[in-house]
Write a protein that binds this ligand. Structure first.
Ligand code: BTN
Length: 241
């Protein structure tokens, strides 16, 4: 992959900046990184608080994969970021399905994947990543945590970004050349969700059960308390209270 990294001071949201570049025909491997975002956004319409001290970036991809496998970009991103953080900091982070990075049960990083479709194919995918690296705890939401808070060290953004892009490229090439099984196996090693009791809202109310496997497309397989087996392809899960 030919990575080209564009650095900015402050942007509104890197998702929108990168979408413009995608629409203008920028190549796969374009990366934009900002010191802060005034309107950072997260999954499910949430705000992603983006003060200075965090690493915020977005990656442009043009995967030539079967449409049914595009959702796996989500798991790929989580695995790449998780491995890079462990390699670079030796701090043990885990993945909560599908792609939240947790440290001591609190949120360290979030990943937002948005795709643009043209006709019946994917034109491009934007992967937006926010990591609380050197952030002050008081600037983060209640459930947030930063690497600096845990280790009392400051980290170099450029080295961490290089490390993430290296893992990203490894898994992207691997999936393109050999398929997705190794990625799914690696996610299972790093993920903490399988084997847990989880709860989600199926639109009609809360459903609880045990998360027991990942399907081929990255969906979470849950054995519900009423005996049903469901495959959840997106959305949020929680630990039952
Ligand atoms: C989540 O966990 O809800 C996903 C958070 C994603 C945040 C990143 S920061 C870079 C990019 N720009 C945004 O506005 N959001 C993503």
């Amino acid at each position: 992959m030919n990575w080209t990294v564009i650095y900015k001071d402050q942007v509104s949201s890197l998702m929108d900046e990168m979408k413009k570049l995608g629409e203008d025909g920028s190549p796969e491997g374009t990366v934009m990184c900002a010191q802060s975002q005034s309107c950072g956004r997260g999954r499910q319409g949430r705000v992603w608080s983006s003060p200075e001290g965090g690493l915020y970036f977005a990656v442009l991809l043009r995967p030539q994969w079967d449409m049914s496998r595009i959702s796996l970009v989500t798991l790929l991103s989580a695995v790449a970021v998780c491995e890079a953080i462990i390699n670079y900091t030796e701090i043990h982070v885990t993945i909560k399905w599908p792609n939240d990075l947790l440290l001591e049960g609190r949120k360290l990083a979030g990943i937002l994947v948005e795709s643009q479709i043209k006709g019946r194919a994917v034109d491009f995918v934007v992967v937006g990543i926010g990591i609380n690296v050197n952030s002050d705890l008081q600037d983060l939401p209640e459930e947030g945590v930063s690497l600096r808070h845990i280790s009392a060290q400051q980290y170099d953004f450029k080295n961490l970004l290089d490390s993430i892009l290296e893992r990203f490229e490894f898994w992207y090439d691997q999936c393109g050349d050999l398929g997705f099984q190794d990625l799914i196996n690696r996610w299972k090693q790093l993920g903490e969700t399988l084997g847990q009791r989880v709860q989600y809202d199926d639109g009609q109310g809360k459903v609880a059960g045990e998360a027991f496997d990942l399907a081929e497309d990255g969906s979470l397989m849950i054995r519900c308390d009423d005996g049903r087996i469901v495959c959840k392809s997106s959305g949020e899960i929680k630990r039952p209270v």
